[in-house]
Design a protein around this ligand. Structure first.
Ligand SMILES: O=P(O)(O)OC[C@H]1O[C@H](O)[C@H](O)[C@@H](O)[C@@H]1O
Length: 471
C-alpha cells in the first residue's frame, strides 16, 4: 500500500484504506515532519461532516499529543478555510484537516496545512510522504489516550466560529449588504459550512433561507459539489421564493457555487470576473492578479485595462496560494471554484467568496447577469467550458506521450500564436481563444478546457482537438 498526498492531501475510501491505523500512521508522519522543522508546539485539527470524522479527529489528537504537541480540537465540523485561518489566529505550527471535499460519501481525507495557512506546497507534501514511508518501514506510532491528554492539558477546545465571523465582517462591506436587505437562499450541502455563511448573512441583515443545514454523511444521496447539477434544488428554491441570490458551499466550504435571481447558475469563471471587477472598480484595489492556466482570460482583460500584471500558475490552489503570499496579489482564483483576496489567508475560502458576491450584488442593486452583461459589453466576452474526458488508461497514456510533440499551426482554422507547457499543454490562438489539455491530478481523467469569443467557436475548437489527438 502507498499513501499519496495528491493535489490536495490524502483521500481514500473509509474502512478500505482510510482506517484508524492509517490515520494514525499519517499523523505520526506529520508529527515527525513537524518535529524536524519546528519542534513541539500547537497544532489545529479540523474536520468536515463525513462519516466518523470526529472519531478520526480524536485519533489524530491522540497521536499528536503522544508526540508532545498540544492540539486545538473542535467538537463540531470546521470548514477548511476556517481551520487554516485558526492557525494564524492561535499562532499554531499548522493544521491537520480531515476532509474529502466534494468526493463521494465513501471517502474521507487528511491534509496538512502549514503555518502560512494555505495549501502545502509540493516540497512539504513530498517531505511528509517520505516520513510516511519511514513510519511504514518500522517507525513507532506514539499515542496518548485522549482522556489522559486532556488531563495533561494538551487538548484545547477549538471553537473558531465567532472569531472568524467577526473577522469576516472586517473583510466584507457589511454596511452595503445591510442597506440592500437581500433575500438569499443558502445551500451548505450538509457540509462543514453550516452556520457560517447563513449566520454571517443573517447578521448582515439579509433574509436567509437555508437548505441542507444538518449533518448527513450521505449528502442526501448526491455529492457535496456546488456545480450546476449539484445545485438544481437551490436554483429551484431561488426562483420559487423570489430570492435575489442563491449561495452554496462545497463539503468543506472552501469552494463556492452561485445562482442568480432567475435560477441561472454562474460558473466560477464568471464569478471571478465579477469579483475582480468589483475589487477594481468599487474597492479601487490595485496589484497583481493570480490565476491558474485553466482559468478565464477575462481576468487578464480587466487587469490589462488597469495596467496590472497577471500571474499564471499550474492548476491547484497551492500555486495560487504561493502567488498570493509572494506577490501580494489582489485576487487569486481558479476555474474549479477557488478564490481568495488580498488581506485574507492564502487558501480558497467559499464563505468569503460568496460573502463578496453578496456585497457586489448589494452595491450594484441588480441581477448578477445584468452586471455581467455590462462587463462583457465594456471588456469583452469570452465563454469557457471544461470537458472531463473519461478515457481508457492506454488512451490517456498515449495522448500524454504525444502531447509534447503536438504543435499544430492552426486549431479549427485559427492560427496558433503561443504554446505554454506550465501544466499540460495550452495553445493560445489568434482570435483570443485558448485550448488547454492536461491530466487531472485528482481523478483518472483528461481535462480539456477551451475559452473562445463565442459558443460556436468553442465547439469547433473542442471538436478539432478531440479528433486531432484521437481522444
Ligand atoms: O484538475 P485537478 O488536478 O483534478 O484538480 C482540481 C482541483 O483539485 C483540488 O480540489 C484542488 O484543491 C484544486 O486546487 C484543484 O483545482
Amino acid at each position: 500500500m502507498t499513501i499519496k498526498f495528491g493535489t490536495d492531501g490524502w483521500r481514500a475510501i473509509i474502512a478500505e484504506e482510510f482506517t484508524f491505523a492509517n490515520v494514525r500512521l499519517v499523523t505520526q508522519a506529520v508529527a515527525n515532519y513537524l518535529q524536524g522543522e519546528k519542534g513541539p508546539g500547537e497544532v489545529v485539527i479540523g474536520y468536515d461532516n463525513r462519516f466518523l470524522a470526529p472519531e478520526f479527529a480524536a485519533a489524530v489528537a491522540e497521536v499528536l499529543t503522544g508526540n508532545g504537541f498540544t492540539v486545538y480540537l473542535p467538537s463540531r465540523a470546521v470548514p477548511t478555510p476556517v481551520t487554516a485561518w485558526a492557525i494564524k489566529k492561535y499562532g499554531a505550527l499548522g493544521a491537520l484537516m480531515l476532509t474529502a471535499s466534494h468526493n463521494p460519501p465513501a471517502y474521507s481525507g487528511l491534509k496538512f496545512i502549514p503555518d502560512y495557512a494555505g495549501p502545502a506546497v509540493p516540497a512539504i507534501t513530498e517531505a511528509i510522504e517520505k516520513e510516511i514511508t519511514a513510519v511504514m518501514e518500522g517507525g513507532t506510532i506514539k499515542r496518548l489516550e485522549l482522556a489522559e491528554a486532556r488531563q495533561r492539558g494538551l487538548v484545547k477546545e477549538l471553537d473558531p466560529r465567532e472569531a472568524y465571523l467577526e473577522y469576516l465582517q472586517g473583510l466584507v462591506d457589511v454596511a452595503a449588504i445591510k442597506q440592500a436587505r437581500l433575500k438569499i437562499v443558502v445551500d451548505p450541502l450538509y457540509g462543514a459550512g453550516i452556520d457560517y455563511l447563513d449566520e454571517f448573512l443573517q447578521r448582515a441583515g439579509c433574509q436567509v433561507h437555508t437548505l441542507h443545514n444538518y449533518r448527513d454523511p450521505l449528502f442526501g444521496g448526491s455529492l457535496p459539489d456546488p456545480s450546476a447539477r449539484g445545485l438544481s434544488e437551490l436554483a429551484w428554491q431561488v426562483r420559487e421564493t423570489g430570492a435575489d441570490l442563491g449561495l452554496a458551499l462545497d463539503g468543506d466550504a472552501d469552494r463556492f457555487g452561485v445562482v442568480d435571481r432567475d435560477g441561472t447558475y454562474l460558473t466560477a469563471n464568471e464569478i471571478l470576473y465579477l469579483v475582480l471587477a468589483h475589487l477594481l472598480f468599487h474597492r479601487q484595489y490595485r496589484g497583481p492578479v493570480a490565476r491558474t492556466v485553466a482559468t478565464t482570460h477575462n481576468l487578464d482583460r480587466l487587469a490589462a485595462a488597469h495596467g496590472l500584471k497577471v500571474i499564471e500558475t499550474p492548476v491547484g490552489f497551492k500555486y495560487i496560494g504561493e502567488a498570493l503570499r509572494k506577490h501580494d496579489c489582489i485576487l487569486g482564483g481558479e476555474e474549479s471554484g477557488g478564490l481568495s483576496i488580498r488581506g485574507h489567508i492564502p487558501e480558497k475560502d467559499g464563505i468569503l467568496a460568496t460573502a463578496l458576491v453578496a456585497e457586489l450584488r448589494a452595491v450594484q442593486g441588480r441581477s448578477l447577469k445584468s452586471i455581467l452583461a455590462d462587463l462583457q459589453e465594456r471588456h469583452g466576452r469570452l465563454v469557457s467550458r471544461r470537458l472531463d474526458l473519461k478515457v481508457a488508461p492506454d488512451v490517456k497514456a498515449r495522448v500524454l506521450k504525444e502531447l509534447p510533440d503536438f504543435t499544430p499551426a492552426k486549431i479549427a482554422g485559427v492560427p496558433v500564436t503561443g504554446r505554454l507547457a506550465v501544466d499540460g499543454v495550452k495553445f493560445l490562438l489568434a482570435d483570443s481563444s485558448w485550448v488547454l489539455l492536461r491530466p487531472s491530478g485528482t481523478e483518472p481523467l483528461l481535462r480539456l478546457y477551451v475559452e473562445a469569443p463565442g459558443d460556436e467557436r468553442l465547439h469547433l475548437l473542442q471538436k478539432d482537438i478531440i479528433s486531432a489527438l484521437k481522444i
